[in-house]
Design a protein around this ligand. Structure first.
Ligand SMILES: Nc1nc2c(c(=O)[nH]1)N[C@H]1C(S)=C(S)[C@@H](COP(=O)(O)O)O[C@H]1N2
Ligand SMILES: [Mo]
Length: 426
């Protein structure tokens, strides 16, 4: 899809080598001259004394200098901290895995403390044998492990009304991407026996959590049997309390609200419940005032994470790494284009790894910035051939009454000083 030259391969290395050879361009590349720099010429304190022993930190935290890479919230967005949201610092992360400690949280009645010993998961309704599993029971079923993004349907929701939040963390940070370990939902449903449900075509599961809100949602049986997972580990370790310890549901590619935390019950039903979370919330009100329901899969989307409002360019002109994230709830990302001029021309970015289904993909575009202003955009394409729409295209179809499911192309204006701001281009 890139309609101008590709930026693949060794261009950056070639540039640095060339710079070293000419000497003069070194400053532009950010390299420092050895002479007169005490960090190079003098023995430093950390090299002439001992560091901390291995017992100092049984469970490590990020070094103090990274203390600004944290979840943040926007106080005026929600009325109460108990039913609120915070945002992943995607602007400051790289790669694709979101550490649990800074992965955004969204709960409707607070994060609860639930011990493994007190954990029970019930499967009831249209099954041969209603069952109750303990945590230990779940550990004895065959496991699977896969990486998926979770995006809240409200991510980027404020952009419907214009450019209100100045930072990728706030506009796009209701997302995280973790490697989950657990048991497939299909395995547990089959254990309870689905014969009693008869023809599975029109069947549903209703899933709910152990917290006061319960966050109940109906999921069509086809999806439940396809790739949903009852997960107990994320990024190798136990789920954090705020992400549903000890067990949460993983619903790959579908809106975050369906990923029930502290999962306590799965009922097989012959119709959807039409609960609060799938009627008055997470539906899309259109121009004519009617609301569209059942928008489950999160369409392809991307954002430049750096440079961005919280990540200005500080090094001046010369080599610049533009990077960002792309994802699709309908499959793997196949390409990401980047525009420096607000969508007039595009170049194809480099994917750090081939896209994985329903997981974040990291992209890079290495440019030689001439110091002039940019209107930075990215647009994602997935394996279905779908191309991420512009804001104008999305508004044409959806009007201005929506809150959820905004996957429009985002624009950052970068000025000659390297400062970036959230803007709209028409
Ligand atoms: N039990 C329960 N599950 C829940 C919620 C909740 O409040 N209670 N919030 C939902 C919403 S709206 C989202 S976006 C995701 C957020 O998951 P996270 O907190 O791990 O980021 O969990 C979903 N699952
Ligand atoms: Mo959500």
């Amino acid at each position: 899809m890139g309609d101008s030259s590709n930026n693949h391969g060794p261009s950056r290395r070639g540039f640095l080598k060339g710079a070293a050879a000419t000497g003069a361009a070194l400053g532009a590349a950010g390299a420092v001259k050895a002479e007169g720099d005490p960090l190079i010429t003098e023995v430093q304190e950390w090299a002439s004394s001992l560091g901390e022993g291995v017992d100092a930190t049984p469970y490590g935290m990020p070094i103090e200098f990274e203390s600004d890479v944290v979840r943040r919230n926007v106080e005026w967005l929600t009325a109460d901290q108990i039913s609120s949201i915070n945002f992943t610092p995607i602007h400051a992360l790289d790669g694709t895995i979101t550490p649990q400690g800074c992965a955004f949280e969204r709960h409707h009645s607070g994060a609860i403390t639930l011990k493994k010993e007190d954990y029970r998961l019930m499967i009831n309704g249209l099954v041969d044998t209603p069952l109750v599993f303990t945590y230990e029971d779940l550990e004895r079923f065959p496991r699977s492990q896969q990486t998926f993004f979770l995006e809240c349907a409200a991510n980027t929701g404020m952009e419907w009304a214009g450019s209100q939040l100045n930072g990728a963390q706030y506009t796009h940070g209701m997302i995280h991407n973790m490697e989950y370990t657990g048991v497939s939902l299909r395995t547990l449903l089959e254990e309870a026996g689905l014969d009693a449900a008869g023809d599975l075509k029109d069947k549903w599961v209703y899933v709910e959590g152990a917290d006061a809100s319960s966050n109940g949602r109906s999921i069509p049986m086809e999806k439940a049997l396809d790739d949903c997972m009852v997960a107990f580990k994320a990024n190798g370790e136990a789920l954090r309390m705020e992400h549903g310890y000890p067990v949460r549901l993983v619903v790959p590619g579908w809106e975050g609200n369906m990923w029930v935390k502290w999962l306590r019950r799965i009922e097989v039903m012959d119709k959807p419940v039409e609960s609060r979370e799938e009627t008055s919330k997470y539906t899309d009100t259109l121009e004519d005032g009617t609301s569209r329901k059942w928008t489950w899969a999160m369409d392809a989307k991307s954002v430049v994470t750096s440079p961005s409002p919280q990540m200005p360019i500080k090094h001046g002109k010369g080599p610049l790494v533009i990077t960002g994230l792309a994802w699709s709830g309908n499959g793997a990302i196949t390409a990401v284009d980047v525009s420096l001029d607000g969508g007039v021309t595009w170049q194809e970015a480099r994917l750090a790894e081939p896209g994985k289904k329903m997981a974040l993909t990291r992209f890079y575009l290495d440019i030689n910035w001439d110091g002039s202003e940019m209107f930075l955009q990215s647009r994602a394409m997935d394996e279905t051939g779908y191309v991420q729409p512009t804001k104008a295209q999305l508004r044409e179809v959806r009007g201005l009454n929506s809150i959820y499911h905004n996957n429009c192309i985002q624009t950052w204006h970068v000025n000659a000083k390297g400062e970036a701001n959230n803007v709209e281009v028409s």
